[in-house]
Design a protein. Sequence first.
Length: 102
Amino acid sequence: MENLESKLEKLNEYIIESLGMELMDNRITTVKDEVEAWEKAITSDEFKNNDHTGDLEIIEELKKFIEYDCLYSINSEYGGTWGQGFIIVNKDIKYVEFVRTI
């Protein structure tokens, strides 16, 4: 049976080759938790007066994958300034989709 570290390494290799992205860390979270966190953040006192058009688009895109898990990634060549987003994975840590945030 393949261990978690090996699965994450294979996933990272795949997204580097396929998307030009790499995992920022190995923290797996549910998409549901990410959606809830984004919704909470945009209604917080700190951010409630910001324009949330882009945030709402990301939330809606993430909701399509609410039953999945995700990890955060950044551009593998130029860093996070040039691209970031969620790598959506199934329970076996296999790539499902990419949801861009930057």
